[in-house]
Design a protein around this ligand. Structure first.
Ligand code: GDP
Length: 175
């Protein structure tokens, strides 16, 4: 019987328009929209993932577009057990921003937080656009900082579930 459910708070961080809301939409609804309106107001969604012998209920907090106007308040990621730090692999500036978020999380968030570095919009490269963030560079950051690392496409769904499964596997179970 699959009875044990572990709830975890997961937050999204990253520059505006890298695809944070789109990754959540793909994961929660298996859907995508080309001309998505920026997220305004609170965005909170939940999704359960069956991990075999237990279930993880992700309580997902999106930034509600705050990163467009100001820096995010530490209370947004305080108490989070997991974070996705997202950048766009065609936008070098978004990777610089991702480095900044990783540093901030290590300084300010809970000690055991599981962080996944996520390079999104992989489909653009497959469609012929120029990659601007080398996979090796991101892997190096992930290794140095103890992060999970994935390249995804919210558009095609490529690797999106794997991000959440990867996080789920690193979350300690409540006994
Ligand atoms: P957020 O501001 O980080 O939440 O970014 P959004 O999820 O609002 O996405 C910003 C824009 O990028 C939207 O027009 C999306 O349709 C588009 N987008 C998001 N993810 C992808 C992706 O994986 N591939 C492509 N080609 N476009 C994407």
């Amino acid at each position: 019987m699959n009875t044990s459910v572990t709830s975890i708070k997961l937050v999204l961080l990253g520059e505006a328009a890298v695809g944070k809301s789109s990754i959540v939409l793909r994961f929660v609804s298996n859907d995508f929209s080309e001309n998505k309106e920026p997220t305004i107001g609170a965005a909170f969604l939940t999704q359960r993932v069956n991990m075999g012998d237990h279930t993880i209920k992700f309580e997902i907090w999106d930034t509600a577009g705050q990163e467009r106007f100001a820096s995010l308040a530490p209370m947004y990621y305080r108490n989070a057990q997991a974070a996705l730090v997202v950048y766009d692999i065609t936008k070098p500036q978004s990777f610089i921003k991702a480095r900044h978020w990783v540093k901030e999380l290590h300084e300010q968030a809970s000690k055991g937080i599981v962080i996944a570095l996520v390079g999104n919009k992989l489909d653009l490269i497959e469609g012929g656009a120029e990659r601007k963030v080398a996979r090796e560079e991101a892997e190096k950051l992930a290794t140095e900082e103890g992060l999970l690392f994935f390249e995804t496409s919210a558009k095609t769904g490529d690797n999106v579930n794997e991000v959440f499964l990867g996080i789920g596997q690193k979350i300690p179970l409540k006994k």
